[in-house]
Design a binder for this molecule. Structure first.
Ligand SMILES: NC(=O)c1ccc[n+]([C@@H]2O[C@H](COP(=O)([O-])OP(=O)(O)OC[C@H]3O[C@@H](n4cnc5c(N)ncnc54)[C@H](O)[C@@H]3O)[C@@H](O)[C@H]2O)c1
Length: 247
């Protein structure tokens, strides 16, 4: 599952699943462009990667500031062929349909749908011209089962599945595959700092494997989808959920 000779852009690479992707991609030979809004965590990851001897470029950017994102991504596009794009960055604004704050709803839609669309629009043409490309979008099991009190997040994560399948149909004949992974409950800083233990236990109770996963367990699947071993897989939305959400 070598990624040697490829350059991957990973969003939200400062911690959690994005950081795990950066480390696994680097260990498999990829060069990296890493984006995050948190300069401190991003810097720590970049230091780790440079110690591994990898070429890595990082940009601190708040991705939902779309004009800034476009400027930065165009500059990256002019410097290097990004042939692997991992749309991972995300955040949640919990709330029910009756009470959800509209600004929060729009921000969640933006980070999980509009930002991936924007990056795909910028980097997909280069992949198509090269005749090889990989786009992996990080969804969520909530995108297929919905979540009580998670109306914005579930809607956004359903949206990224539709985007994944549509783009896969558009660019498959040019050698570009587009897939989504749908994590279940993963032990990342987002979950460790903001989810109450009783909610974690309820999800674990609904998970066939009866545990949370480590971020590397998702990142290894993303690395597989980015590799030539996944050469005939496109348009999938692959649960990495330990059996949470089996339909
Ligand atoms: N952890 C889970 O249980 C779980 C489950 C399902 C899906 N996911 C999805 O996995 C992805 C990664 O989640 P995680 O758990 O690793 O989260 P995390 O909060 O631990 O890490 C997310 C990273 O994205 C960055 N980020 C967030 N908003 C940003 C913005 N506007 N601009 C730039 N960077 C931004 C953060 O700074 C952070 O470094 C997300 O899309 C999330 O929805 C996570």
């Amino acid at each position: 599952m070598s990624l040697s000779g490829h350059t991957a852009l990973i969003t939200g690479a400062g911690q959690g699943i994005g950081r795990a992707c950066a480390l696994i991609f680097a260990s498999r030979g990829a060069d990296l462009v890493l984006l995050d809004k948190n300069p401190k965590t991003l810097d720590t990851v970049v230091t780790e990667l440079r110690e591994m001897g990898r070429r890595v470029v990082d940009h601190v950017v708040d991705l939902i500031e779309l004009e800034r994102l476009k400027d930065m991504a165009e500059k990256v596009h002019n410097l290097a062929l990004i042939d692997i794009l991992v749309n991972n960055a995300g955040f949640d604004r919990p709330g029910t349909t009756a009470k959800i704050d509209r600004k929060g709803f729009d921000e969640v839609l933006s980070i999980h749908v509009t930002v991936p669309l924007t990056l795909i629009q910028i980097f997909m043409p280069g992949m198509r011209a090269a005749g090889w490309g990989r786009i992996i979008n990080v969804g969520s099991i909530y995108g297929i089962i919905g979540g009580k009190g998670e109306v914005a997040y579930s809607t956004a994560k359903a949206g990224i599945i539709g985007l994944t399948k549509s783009v896969a149909k558009e660019c498959g004949h040019d050698g570009v595959t587009v897939n989504a992974v749908l994590p279940g409950l993963i032990r990342t800083p987002a979950i460790e700092t903001s989810m109450a233990e009783k909610y974690k236990q309820a999800i674990i109770g609904d998970t066939a494997l009866a545990r949370m996963a480590e971020p590397e367990e998702v990142a290894r699947v993303i690395a597989f989808l980015a590799s030539d071993d996944a050469s005939f897989i496109t348009g999938t939305a692959l649960p990495v959920s330990g059996g949470w959400g089996i339909l």
